[in-house]
Design a protein around this ligand. Sequence first.
Ligand SMILES: Nc1nc2c(ncn2[C@@H]2O[C@H](COP(=O)(O)OP(=O)(O)OP(=O)(O)O)[C@@H](O)[C@H]2O)c(=O)[nH]1
Ligand SMILES: [Mg+2]
Length: 237
Amino acid sequence: MIPDQIVAIVPAFNRADSVAATVAALLELDDVSGVVVVDDGSSDDTAARAAESGARVVVLEQNQGKAAAVRAGWITTDAPILLLVDSDTGATAAEAVALIPPVVGGHLDMSIAVLPSAGGRGGFGLVKNFAANVLKQGTGADFAAPLSGQRCLRSEVMSALGPVDRFGLEVALTLDAATAGFRVGEVEAGFDHHHTGRTLAGFRHRFRQGRDLYRAGSSRIGHRAMLRALTTSLRAR
Ligand SMILES: Nc1nc2c(ncn2[C@@H]2O[C@H](COP(=O)(O)OP(=O)(O)OP(=O)(O)O)[C@@H](O)[C@H]2O)c(=O)[nH]1
Ligand SMILES: [Mg+2]
């Protein structure tokens, strides 16, 4: 039996509407040998939809947040290469194909997707700019998509991931990978996803993202560097 080479991990919270299309698109990719959907305490049919579409489903009874969900998926596979894809990408999950060659080819240890601009469907970019400045402080490098959840990485990079909660995942993964000496790079890819936009729910979501990334960043680069990152992003407005 050929061991799994590339397995996709899809964290999902109440995404019965899009998880099946996401799984189907990933299973269509020749390089992908399996999809693990982690149902993060959903109250809808996310797990059933995922199983019906051919995914291996891991169910977390209580909602634990994205970071814990991705970790719970990772420990169920010994595939050397992983894809991280959000459950709201639907058919555009097929764009993950662009992330694989730099990692399989040995040029990068983690590739991060740079998505087309969200235009007015996203927020005002404050949290995104803050995240970019945190990564600049921590790695010296510029990132166009600091919060992008669409990634391809070698499994060892996940071993370098330190303690992190919820939406601190993306910034923590990039900081810890860079600190451990892994090669991280960005790749343009045409994913789309469900934008929470400029609604009250959207601002609450990004406030939580900001809180989680502050916690993830401050425990890695310290409060002084975090405040430098914050003032830089506020000055850029
Ligand atoms: N919102 C949310 N998503 C979770 C959670 N656990 C896992 N996820 C999944 O994490 C992925 C990203 O969540 P989204 O809510 O789409 O967040 P996002 O795309 O970063 O947010 P925006 O770009 O601001 O729209 C999706 O696949 C979610 O289903 C959770 O506790 N809350
Ligand atoms: Mg999304």
